[in-house]
Design a protein around this ligand. Sequence first.
Ligand SMILES: [Zn+2]
Length: 486
Amino acid sequence: MGDCYSAGVVTDYEVVIGLEVHAQLLTKTKLFCACSTNFGQPPNTNVCPVCLGLPGSLPVINGEAVELAVKTALALGCTVHQSSIFARKNYFYPDLPKGYQISQFEEPFSTKGHLDIELDGQTKRVGITRAHMEEDAGKNLHGLGTDSVVDLNRAGVPLVEIVGEPDLRSSAEAAAYLRTLRDLLVFTGVNDGNLEEGSFRCDANVSIRPRGSEKFGTRCELKNINSFRFVQRAIDAEVARQTAIVDAGGTVRQETRSFDPDTGQTATLRSKEDAHDYRYFPEPDLPPLVIDDALLAKAKASMPESPSALRARWTSELGLPVATAVTLSAHPEYARFFESARKGSKDALKVANFVVNDVLRSAKTHGLSASFSVTPDQVRELLSLIDSGQISGKQAKEVFAAIEGNHAKSPADVVKEKALKVTTDSGAIESAVKKIVSSFPDQVASVKAGKKGVIGFLVGQVMKETGGSADPKLVNELLNKLIAEG
Ligand SMILES: [Zn+2]
């Protein structure tokens, strides 16, 4: 380190971040026993001799968990290995009755993938070192009177740990990585993306080094960050702490730290242990994990189109703006809604805008499911009423308000009930057009001078004048005619 770390010499540091994500696989039962993985059950009700670590009990691998883990690896472009080894990671903690966690160490089931993230219009590829399977520990609950208690419902729940390369260079990149990863796992149907319930958790390894240096600085690990907002704040706080230490001529110590959202500071949890402290050794009660060609083929066949593939297709084939495509691919049910609503439509952009602006406004997601105030069929019917000139865009808003929350209501019936129709009475429209042309001489002059875009403003004024009922095509024709004549 020497001179370059001396006080006052270096002020420009590069931030280096690598993230480790623990994602709960969406199985009904635990990784090595038949206990339920249901969240929110009374403490210590989903337990058995295997997950309690009672002597003589034997773990049996859950095939569903393996299949979901393989899909996770495929979604990340990882190489899936035919044979891998479960290992015991030995440590003592009250939430770990066995005294060890079954994980994978030297031979994980998958390695070397990547995740593309988007930030400020730039795409960046972040390396994935490995994804391995492991069981979760229980949960210590503190602060119940003077006691702390242990709930082992989580003990043995299947996790996939996704270890990213230290490729991230800012807290904003870290947050983008986490969101992208969360969306990808939800899309793939392997994880519910629920940070609050702890089914998607992140540890961040953070270090700084003088810009231009090849050598990594000493890293600190920030434990169990459970919100996207906190990850950025936690990393920024940790970077500020390390920078202050190094600027003052000190050395950063390797340790595990936690972030306190109330103080906005990170604090020491424990000095960081290294892998050898865990005395890993192959789990003697489990055979090597074999992922054969049949299982791999089955997982491949059930892979859905990824959010990034959807975005690429929608922007190139349908001409959707990137921001619209990103919004529609933020959840698998949004994507399904849009694909269903646009069936038979020639104007995918119009459908996309309607779904984003009107439907998603009130949509709610929970894990893999989502609820909408209308159905794709209703949207299709409503848009076709506009397309065929039966109602105007403004009237469509009125129809939409009438069908919201009632999936059985037909937009065409609302049009009949409310006696809505587009005014094609050219006499009435013509007088409105005349009025607008005489009220906005400057804009009319602009159109004459070749500023064709201004015509949209005038059309809008005529629509306003007619209470939104005029046929926009007719308005356009009449306006152009009148301006050309005048
Ligand atoms: Zn059990």
